[in-house]
Design a protein around this ligand. Structure first.
Ligand code: CP
Ligand code: NVA
Length: 314
């Protein structure tokens, strides 16, 4: 697809759908350039301050945003939210936004309810980036499809099978697959379907791009002929009390040596991490030659640098 000059400056990235197909490819080509030659981008966000708000734990998101903004010449401020200073609780979203827009140049927030992100974005005149909510994990999906693009030339011809919970990561991957015109198959147990609004947005988008969205309870149907098999934890952050029950229900959806035989022989195994080894994925699969999980994690850094650059630059 030809890339024209795009204007992402000042925009938010709360959902995959905030970027058009063209903008996604533009971010991917900038990511590739930044990954290849990071030195060329050393001062691009000189003097810019990113605030990183975490209301849930993190390893990759914290480190990659922090290192990423610093590699671009900016700086970061870590804000660990606690019960008492949770955004929108101690004071209104409006007041928080109106303060912060005068102090920092951009905010990444990881939180529970998606509307915390959207409320901040509505009132703050600076870019807000979603670093994971209960509904979406858009930066993860961008890093994931960028990773697939390092192996497969034409993303629109790929099939990604997500086996497990219809969760935030599945939602963002589904929306991105829809934007890219590719095939996305989700297999999950009954009762753990993805959010209906996300599915309808993905299907609506798919009509325009030629993407195929498959939602099934049959793990083999999802995995057949897949170029990539993806899984995630069975209980996401905030669902810890359901862990034992989910462990039983999701067992037939474990990604193991038997299941992956249904995919293409050169399939990629993907996981956003952290993994619960030998629950959602067996050691032999996550440690196999098909596994690209650490490349995916590294690509969080490169893709988020490209996103921050586009949103925060002068
Ligand atoms: N994949 C991911 O977002 O990892 P963290 O939860 O460690 O940030
Ligand atoms: N679905 C997981 C993703 C973690 C990166 C969670 O929300 O906990």
């Amino acid at each position: 697809m030809p890339i024209t000059k795009l204007q992402l400056k000042g925009r938010d990235f709360l959902s995959v759908l905030d970027f058009s197909t063209e903008e996604i490819y533009k971010i991917f080509s900038l990511t590739k350039a930044m990954k290849k030659n990071p030195k060329a981008y050393r001062k691009k966000l000189d003097g810019k301050m990113m605030m990183l708000i975490f209301e849930k734990p993190s390893l990759r998101t914290h480190v990659t945003f922090d290192v990423g903004i610093k590699q671009l010449g900016g700086d970061s401020l870590f804000y660990a939210s606690s019960e008492k200073n949770r955004i929108g609780v101690r004071e209104s979203f409006y007041d928080v936004a109106k303060n912060l827009e005068r102090m920092v140049n951009g905010i990444m927030i990881r939180t529970f309810a998606h509307n915390v992100c959207t409320q901040l974005a509505e009132h703050a005149n600076i870019p807000i980036i979603n670093g994971l909510t209960d509904l979406e994990h858009p930066c993860q999906a961008m890093a994931d499809y960028f990773t697939i693009s390092e192996f497969k030339k034409d993303l629109s011809k790929t099939k990604l099978a997500f086996v497990g919970d219809g969760n935030n990561v599945a939602h963002s991957l589904m929306l991105l697959a829809a934007r890219l015109g590719s095939t996305f198959a989700l297999a999950m147990p009954k009762g753990y379907e993805p959010n209906a609004d996300i599915v309808s947005k993905a299907k609506e988008t798919a009509k325009k791009t030629g993407a195929k969205i498959i939602i099934t309870n049959d793990a083999i149907e999802a995995v057949i002929n897949a170029d990539a098999i993806y899984t995630d934890v069975w209980a996401s952050m905030g669902q810890e009390s359901e862990s034992a029950e989910r462990k039983k229900i999701f067992q037939p959806y474990q990604v193991n040596a038997k299941l992956v035989k249904n995919a293409k022989s050169d399939y990629l195994f993907m996981h956003c991490l952290p993994a619960h080894r030998n629950d959602e994925v067996t050691d032999d699969v996550i440690d196999s030659k098909n596994s690209v999980v650490f490349q995916e994690a590294e690509n969080r850094l490169h893709v988020q640098k490209a996103i921050m650059f586009e949103l925060l630059r002068d």
